[in-house]
Write a protein that binds this ligand. Structure first.
Ligand code: SF4
Length: 314
């Protein structure tokens, strides 16, 4: 069977989205360009989001002490052994990658923009870190190359966003997404399942709000409690407030999410994995992401379901 996104997978995959855009496989290279975060330096807040420890989320070949050009070269070398292709996306991931004056941003992105093997840039940031001048720049840049902005939204609920010290509201995120998408720039959003005070029923209800956003792609992560974070303290003091999934339970849950999800959204990730040495709780073992993905697709097949089967957008 061919689904509305044009292939036989039961979800609208980000790989298909990229394949359709570029006509070939492209590999994302993660870059740490040495940005900071307004939620750490006092501009928006201090201490950062309670779950955040950036070292836990970055591949080992990334280091802000290396110039962006060197990180790109090393990333290409790292992936060249396992990936037959020569097309890359530079993924500015660590911290808030639009948190600098526009002229400085242009300097930072330049090595990626000028590298002939880099076909586009993906910029991860906070929704309160994009103004119209920056969006104008991205709009102009996308005449020359692929540009995508990835926003950390994390939760649709204000109470949760306050408790995890995000420093912005859901409406702030929705507004940034709308302003970005209005310029024709593909927008991604990131959500975490397991934040304190929330439950699976609430997450399924929240899909109505998520489905209404003009997103091109979406990422989901289960909450993992990282050692030595404020989230660890919250967890230790208020365990009853946390719904941490086992892997089996999460797979069942995420299938329910997918069948309610807007079929126009390409799904880039269903789950996250943090190196075990960083983890305080919610360790799923060392199973690779592709094994978990296979289990999710098997579950969808067993239930004869697919992305959007139960969504209003279907
Ligand atoms: S906005 Fe991102 S980088 Fe900043 S504290 Fe939160 S998770 Fe960390």
């Amino acid at each position: 069977m061919t689904y509305p996104w044009g292939d036989s997978r039961r979800f609208n995959s980000y790989n298909r989205f990229l394949q359709q855009k570029f006509g070939t496989r492209v590999q994302k290279l993660t870059i740490d360009a040495g940005f900071t975060c307004p939620n750490r330096d006092g501009t928006v807040g201090t201490g950062g989001c309670t779950y955040c420890l950036n070292a836990a989320f970055n591949p080992s070949y990334c280091s802000p002490s290396k110039p962006v050009a060197q990180q790109l070269a090393e990333g290409m070398g790292f992936h060249r052994n396992r990936y037959q292709g020569d097309s890359y996306l530079a993924y500015f991931q660590a911290f808030s990658n639009t948190y600098a004056p526009l002229e400085k941003l242009k300097e930072i992105y330049r090595p990626a923009i000028e590298n002939p093997l880099v076909k586009g840039i993906v910029v991860g940031t906070r929704p309160d870190c994009v103004d119209d001048a920056k969006l104008d720049f991205f709009e102009e840049l996308q005449q020359r190359m692929f540009v995508s902005i990835e926003y950390g939204v994390e939760s649709c609920r204000e109470e949760t966003l306050r408790r995890i010290n995000r420093g912005h509201s859901f409406e702030c995120a929705a507004d940034a997404i709308r302003r970005t998408a209005a310029r024709g720039i593909p927008c991604a959003a990131h959500f975490i399942y397991g934040l304190p005070g929330e439950t699976p029923d609430l997450w399924l209800d929240d899909l109505e709000k998520i489905n209404a956003l003009p997103l091109s792609s979406i990422k989901f992560h289960q909450l993992q409690i990282i050692k030595n974070t404020a989230m660890q303290q919250d967890f230790e003091m208020n365990r009853a407030d946390f719904h941490l999934f086992t892997q089996d339970e999460y797979i069942q849950f995420i299938v329910q999410v997918v069948e309610r999800l807007n079929p126009a959204f390409a799904i880039e990730r269903f789950a996250g994995s943090v190196p075990p040495r960083f983890l305080f709780a919610s360790h799923w073992g060392l199973e690779r992401y592709d094994v978990i993905l296979h289990k999710i697709e098997e579950m969808m097949a067993a239930q004869d379901t697919y992305q959007g089967k139960k969504s209003e957008q279907n």
